[in-house]
Design a protein around this ligand. Structure first.
Ligand code: ZN
Length: 496
């Protein structure tokens, strides 16, 4: 028992309540709120965000965290409490180094940046976005420099914020393997692409029937509708409030069957992670998934490793054909599987297949490294972007809209975030490798029994929430830290 820890609880609870309210407003804004609501809700959001900041960053919390980090006091805490204090201290140290004035100015800049980016993207006008981007980068460099110790590189500081323990040394090695193995594999694979006829996918598919099937599919992989909802939004996402309220969205396109199918499986993978966090941790600072990278591993495991396998579809194929008998007339399961695994180099990351996806990420990683490790002029970035697309993917974006302006992330100041996506794919492959040694995964899929798979992930990954980081979870589950070899082997097996 720790009296000091007890004093920390009311601060955490209030922070949790405000955070939940902010999340609920954001959910509403992205799903149901009418168009004109936001300009008025912005005021509510502003006030609540200010309260959130004051609740989590103040002298009382600072003093408590400092005392609780001293060994003698820290030893009194149990495993979960230690993890909570560590997480709060890390977040606090990041926030505290930034002067309040700069923090406010930066947030204002970022709040307007997404509109500027969106306009630049729609009008294919990088120059319009460039000055804002330049300011965001200079703030990010400044904020990271406040935390710079022992000559640590700025970009390493940002990488560690998103994935604890990760840095350029590790990622250079990781992407080096990917560059060496995937780039040549891709050029082999595309030579055989014209044998895959995917035309059925773009026939007309009734939205109501897609909805029914999507609901069925979410439940099939284990999404619990007593603890979650499936709604619609422009871009699919997952949002959790606690382990008994996890919400996912999808987008139904009339002329694209696979889009919503795979986004439902993907978001369900995220949701299962959040629903699987143990009760003792939910609604605490470590009550959600441990990192973006680990989160993406769970969604991609369901979407790609399971969801794009033949065994997964064997028990489901008749149902899909019966739902869309006209459109899928004459399409065999074999052809469907080949089509949902077709690899095609293209410009857009979010539409990329499994094989090319990590190359899209590698390009962003290399450019971010350069931005934070040099003084490269902003106006040179679009050409650099295109040059790298040509080099790795063999395509040159015809416009900046299809090139450097495609992603929202930089307008939100999210530098160091992209590698999480590639880490996710690699973690998924590594977990899958171990899981297959432990249980007959393919047989379970053929039987339509996903329970043992879900339970395995829950026991090894989900239940821990953020009380352990990605590498700790990987080490405990697979016996080693992140190893890109499994991912490369997985892709080679699939595409060869
Ligand atoms: Zn995701």
């Amino acid at each position: 028992m720790s009296e000091l820890y007890d004093k920390l609880i009311p601060h955490m609870e209030k922070g949790m309540a405000l955070g939940t309210a902010l999340g609920m407003l954001q959910w509403d804004n992205e799903t149901l709120a009418p168009e004109e609501s936001m300009q008025y809700m912005a005021k509510v959001l502003g006030i609540l965000s200010g309260e959130y900041y004051k609740t989590t960053v103040n002298d009382d919390v600072k003093a408590l965290l400092k005392e609780l980090s001293v060994k003698e006091e820290n030893d009194k805490l149990d495993f979960n409490q230690k993890a909570i204090v560590k997480k709060l201290k890390k977040d606090f140290d990041i926030m505290e180094t930034i002067p309040e004035e700069e923090y406010r100015a930066y947030n204002e800049l970022v709040a307007n940046a997404s509109n500027i980016w969106s306009k630049a993207k729609n009008e294919n006008d990088f120059k319009y976005f460039a000055p804002t981007l330049e300011k965001i980068i200079s703030y990010q460099k400044k904020f990271a420099s406040y935390r710079q110790k022992d000559g640590k590189a700025l970009y390493d500081i940002l990488l560690d914020d998103y994935e604890e323990g990760f840095n350029m040394k590790l990622l250079d090695e990781f992407f080096g393997k990917i560059r060496k193995e995937i780039v040549p594999l891709l050029s082999e694979v595309v030579k055989h692409n014209d044998t895959i006829d995917k035309s059925f996918n773009s026939l007309e598919y009734d939205t109501e029937k897609q909805k029914e099937f999507g609901h069925f599919l979410a439940e099939y992989v284990g999404f619990d509708f007593k603890k979650g909802v499936l709604a619609e939004s422009e871009h699919p996402f997952t949002m959790e409030f606690h382990n008994h309220d996890v919400r996912i969205t999808t987008h139904y396109y009339k002329n694209n069957l696979e889009s919503s199918i795979f986004s439902v499986i993907h978001e369900s993978g995220h949701a299962l992670y959040e629903m699987g966090v143990e009760d003792a941790l939910t609604q605490t600072p470590v009550g959600g998934g441990t990192s973006m990278g680990m989160h993406e591993s769970q969604s991609r495991f369901y979407e790609n490793v399971l969801g794009r396998s033949k065994e997964f579809w064997m028990p489901l194929w008749d149902k899909l054909v019966n739902t869309f008998p006209e459109q899928l007339k004459g399409v065999t399961l074999e052809r469907f599987i080949r089509c949902i695994n077709k690899a095609e180099p293209d410009f857009i990351r979010t539409e990329a297949d499994e094989l090319t996806y990590s190359l899209h990420i590698m390009i962003r990683y290399e450019i971010e490294k350069l931005i934070f490790g040099s003084d490269i002029p902003i106006e040179e970035l679009p050409a650099l972007w295109n040059q790298k697309y040509q080099e790795y993917l063999g395509v040159t974006p015809p416009t900046d809209t299809l090139g450097i302006l495609q992603d929202v992330h930089w307008s939100g100041g999210m530098f160091g975030y992209f590698p999480s996506y590639a880490i996710g794919s690699a973690v998924a492959a590594q977990l899958s490798h171990t899981m297959k040694e432990k249980m007959p995964v393919a047989d379970y899929l053929k039987e339509g029994n996903l329970v043992p798979i879900r339970e395995y992930l829950k026991d090894n990954i989900h239940k821990w929430g953020a009380s352990k980081n990605t590498n700790e979870l990987l080490l405990a589950t697979t016996g080693e830290s992140l190893n890109a070899d499994y991912f490369i082997a997985y892709l080679k097996e699939k595409y060869k």
